[in-house]
Ligand binder design. Structure first.
Ligand SMILES: CC(C)(COP(=O)(O)OP(=O)(O)OC[C@H]1O[C@@H](n2cnc3c(N)ncnc32)[C@H](O)[C@@H]1OP(=O)(O)O)[C@@H](O)C(=O)NCCC(=O)NCCS
Length: 166
C-alpha cells in the first residue's frame, strides 16, 4: 500500500532488541492518555503505586522479553515510529493482535494500517484461519477501530467493564 506521505520511507519489519526502548516510549506516550489505567486515574486518581505510563512500560517490557519475535515495528526514515505485538491461539487458529501504537507525530500516514495488514499476512503464513483484536469504544480508540475495520475486521461483541470503589 502506498504511504500517504511521499517523502517518507516506511518499512515494516520484525522488532529487534535495540528497538525496545523506543517501543516503550511510544507505548507510554499512547497509554498515558487512554486505556484502563488512564480511565481509573481520571476518575479515582492513581490507583496503586504506579502511573499509567509506568504500568504500560512494565507490561510491554514483559511482553517484549517473552515475545520479541512476535513484534513488528514501523520504521520511518530509519526511526521507529510504531509497533504491534501479536500472538497465536494455535488450537483455534486465531491470530491475536495485541498492543499496537504509532507515535503522535507519525499518525494519520497509514502506518497503523500497514502494521495491522502485515500482522494479518503473518497470521495467514502461520496457518491461522481467524484474526481477533480487542479495543475500546471510546473516542480515544476511534482511529484504532477505523484501522481494524479498514483491514476487514467486523465487530463481534461489544462489552462493558464495571468498576466500583469499596
Ligand atoms: C490506532 C493507531 C495505531 C493508528 O495509527 P495511524 O498510523 O494513525 O493509522 P492510519 O494512519 O493507518 O489510519 C488511521 C485512520 O483512523 C482515522 N481516524 C483518525 N482519528 C479518527 C477519529 N477520531 N475518528 C475516526 N477516525 C479517525 C484516520 O482518518 C485514518 O483513516 P483513513 O485512512 O480512512 O483516513 C494510532 O492512532 C494510535 O497509536 N492510537 C493510540 C493507541 C491505540 O489506540 N492503539 C490501538 C489499541 S487497540
Amino acid at each position: 500500500m502506498p504511504s500517504k506521505s511521499c517523502n517518507e520511507k516506511i518499512v515494516i519489519r520484525k522488532a529487534r532488541r535495540e528497538d525496545c526502548s523506543k517501543i516503550l516510549d511510544i507505548g507510554e506516550e499512547a497509554w498515558s492518555k487512554q486505556g484502563m489505567s488512564y480511565r481509573l486515574k481520571e476518575k479515582f486518581g492513581i490507583v496503586g503505586s504506579r502511573t499509567p505510563g509506568q504500568r504500560i512500560r512494565e507490561t510491554l517490557l514483559g511482553l517484549l522479553q517473552k515475545n520479541l519475535d512476535n513484534t513488528l515495528v514501523a520504521e520511518v526514515n530509519g526511526n521507529v515510529a510504531g509497533f504491534l505485538i501479536y500472538s497465536f491461539d494455535d488450537d483455534r487458529k486465531i491470530g491475536h493482535i495485541g498492543y499496537n501504537a504509532v507515535s503522535y507525530s507519525f499518525r494519520g500516514k497509514g502506518i497503523g494500517t500497514r502494521l495491522v495488514r502485515e500482522a494479518l499476512s503473518v497470521f495467514k503464513e502461520r496457518g491461522m484461519r481467524y484474526a481477533m483484536v480487542f479495543t475500546d469504544l471510546d473516542e480515544a480508540h476511534a482511529a484504532a477501530r477505523r484501522v481494524y475495520e479498514k483491514c476487514g475486521f467486523k465487530p463481534l461483541v461489544k462489552h462493558v467493564t464495571y468498576f466500583m470503589k469499596l
